[in-house]
Design a protein around this ligand. Structure first.
Ligand code: GLA
Length: 407
């Protein structure tokens, strides 16, 4: 029997078992049930099947399409995720952001607006491609774009999302000041509980810009990821300001709960190739969700290559789930490091200056002594064995991303 079904059946008699335990009168049947549930819970869900065991990967409509997202665009994006190889590289969530919301009916149930004639059929289409569908709402009365929010209708909305077949919810704190932490926790807990009651596994993405140090309490309200910053935009200065400011948050991330420095801008045209490489390298070192935000139906080969570099994605998706951090900083030159499950260290030499510059990492700075092999993850080739340090020329606003394996 499936574990959840078993537990649901067990739940009927759990009161009795607890009563028996409390009164030290536990029967053989009671004991068997309790042990079986424990085993069921601990062994039946392989780690990689737990929600967001690694940082979620996918696509979101906001950065490129904003309010111009509709049913047709979502279907075209689903097709493109498959045909461009992004799905095979791991981008499986197709997330509809704000502006899908229509009116509530007399009973209070939300309906999608005219841009999305049949959300269930759309979810079926997305699922038929082997992808998952994400949706968006707000704990307030209105979303950030002024559409219907979930306040007072959390259970109905969760039920609706589950019925449609959605797999991911971005829940965005809109149009209201950052309230005190207890109010915020209560609002997110309410939606988490409503989703749990609706009975479909749905990844919960908190979006409240890092207010009230969300990383300290995000997991306790059931958040699988939480935005740590305001909105990104397609400019090097903004992306760099957000990305390089994540240092220090590494201890709050791990399997099932991730810091989210916002979605990717790769392919939207506002940065050059070196800058987009920096964007993806930094997000990978940060074990950040990789949610593309460009028009997937119109990508240059370069954009596809930068989004689908398997060796860089493997950094982000490493099962150890450690978020990387800054090792050294000298003005605009920053060296970051992410420890990997196989004992290797991924190092980013980031040059935030506008001119090419030579940079180095000393192995002792990353916990490696003596010789190590070095592989360049953008060039996709081994560079050989090096002793004590590795140095390279790093392009303006660019990065050299290497994987260093102790010998
Ligand atoms: C906020 C979020 C964005 C996007 C918009 C939609 O600004 O931070 O990512 O969801 O709302 O209105």
């Amino acid at each position: 029997m499936h574990c959840t079904k078993f537990i649901r059946r067990f739940a009927v008699s759990s009161g009795e078992v607890l009563h028996q335990i409390a009164n030290k009168t536990i029967t053989a049947a009671g004991l068997t049930s309790a042990v079986a549930v424990f085993l069921c819970l601990s062994i039946s869900v392989p780690a990689q099947d737990k929600p967001a065991a690694t940082p979620p990967m996918g696509w979101n409509s906001w950065n490129h399409f904003a309010e111009r997202i509709d049913d047709k665009t979502v279907r075209e994006t689903a097709d493109a995720l498959v045909s461009t190889g992004l799905k095979d590289a791991g981008y499986i969530y197709l997330n509809i952001d704000d502006t899908w919301e229509g009116q509530r009916d007399a009973r209070g149930f939300i309906h999608s607006n005219e841009k999305f004639p049949d959300m269930k059929a759309l979810a079926d289409y997305v699922h038929s491609k082997g992808l998952k569908l994400g949706i968006y709402s707000s704990p307030g009365p209105k979303t950030c774009a002024g559409f219907e929010g979930s306040l007072g209708h959390e259970e109905q909305d969760a039920e609706t999302y589950a019925q449609w077949g959605t797999d991911y919810l971005k829940y965005d704190w809109c149009q209201q000041p950052p309230s005190n932490v207890e109010q915020m926790k209560a609002a997110y807990t309410k939606m988490h509980d409503a989703l749990a009651k609706a009975g479909r596994p749905i990844v919960l993405s908190l979006c409240q810009y890092g207010w009230n140090k969300v990383w300290e309490w995000g997991p306790s309200v059931g958040g699988n990821l939480w935005r740590t910053t305001g909105d990104i935009s397609d400019r090097y200065a903004v992306m760099a300001e957000i990305g390089f400011n994540q240092n220090g948050l590494e201890k709050f991330a791990g399997p099932g709960h991730w810091n989210d420095p916002d979605m990717l801008e790769v392919g939207n045209g506002g940065m050059n190739e070196d800058e987009y490489r920096t964007h993806v390298s930094l997000w990978a070192i940060l074990a950040a969700p990789l949610i593309a935000g460009n028009d997937l139906t119109k990508m240059t080969p370069y954009t596809v290559e930068i989004l689908t570099n398997r060796e860089v994605i493997a950094v982000d998706q490493d099962p150890l789930g450690k978020q990387g951090f800054r090792v050294t900083q000298e003005g605009p030159f920053e060296v970051w490091m992410k420890p990997m499950a196989d004992g290797s260290k991924v190092v980013g030499l980031f040059n935030r200056q506008r001119t090419i510059e030579q940079m180095a990492v000393t192995f002792s700075q990353i916990g490696i002594s003596g010789e190590a092999s070095v592989r360049d993850l953008w060039l996709k080739r081994g560079l050989g064995r090096f002793k004590d340090k590795y140095s390279a020329y790093v392009p303006a606003h660019g990065v050299v991303l290497i994987r260093v394996k102790p010998q």
